[in-house]
Design a protein around this ligand. Sequence first.
Ligand code: TYM
Length: 315
Amino acid sequence: MSKILLSGVQPSGRPHIGNYFGAMKQFVDMQNDYKVYAMIVDYHALNSVESKEELTQNILGVAIDYLAIGLDPEKCIIFKQSDVPEHTEACWIFNNLISMPYLMRAHAFKDAEAKNKDLNVAKFDYPVLMAADILLYDTDIVPVGQDQKQHIEITRDIAQKFNSRYGETFKLPEEVIKEDVATVPGIDGQKMSKSYKNTIPLFASDEEIDKAVMSIVTDSSGERPENVYAIHSLLKTPEELHVLYETHKGQYKALKEALAADLKVFIGPMREKREVLAQDIEKVKEILMIGGKKARAKAGEKMKEVREKIGVSLY
Ligand code: TYM
């Protein structure tokens, strides 16, 4: 039986090349060797998306993105979290296994708290819902970016707590973080992130690519524009880049133009594929619906076992 790969993307706006290289590409690369569960975590995104229309559009958007990058719905289960209510059910049960001080030590929570004192409860509980997402599927590996490492550690802690209290139930998942793309930098050199407004969207138009690349922050003191180079190294080998950056030493504009051209070659065909897929929304919805049913069948079995173990199954 193949091992299980599960991961997710929030429908909180357009995915960027950081999401792609850090995580999404791995789902595609591994779909022949693993049973892939590619989630759209719409309940997690409720935290940042308040508009009904926007959430609906974003959900469909990520489904189309998954297909456009090459996930094969015949092989993979592409689904949205809200189609499997067992996730929120398990989250509630898990809430009883871990303490508030423990969750308050999570980096993501501390960062969010530093920026906004008015945090809602869901932001605090985010890792517990994520643990439910992962544990209900007997997941072996979770490909993610570096920023999610601690969430997978929390997931393992929750699984261990449950197993020791109620008996062996959950498999302990492993994160898969590719070293060279663990934290893809944005155009300002910080981690690429929707909330920092420093992204290059994965399906950017040629104009958007030009605009983003030309606004990459460069440091005039160095020989090489590090932020340009870092993004370029997602697309080219160190050998290829060595030649290019030696030939154009100090010519920041020419190097940015070369990066923009390479991004267009990489993004263009995927964007065209996406445009075709986006014309058949009914087909996309059908893929999600089928995926949701399959996911629910799997998660439902696990939740049945969980209910029995905790003592609420009477009939
Ligand atoms: P999201 O949508 O914020 O991010 C999706 C994935 O993209 C990775 N990522 C990056 N990787 C490298 N460099 C970057 N600059 C960068 N920015 C984002 C994230 O690490 C993530 O892997 N919490 C998850 C969603 C989730 C999930 C799950 C993932 C909910 N439940 C269960 C796996 C399993 C998240 O950060 O989504």
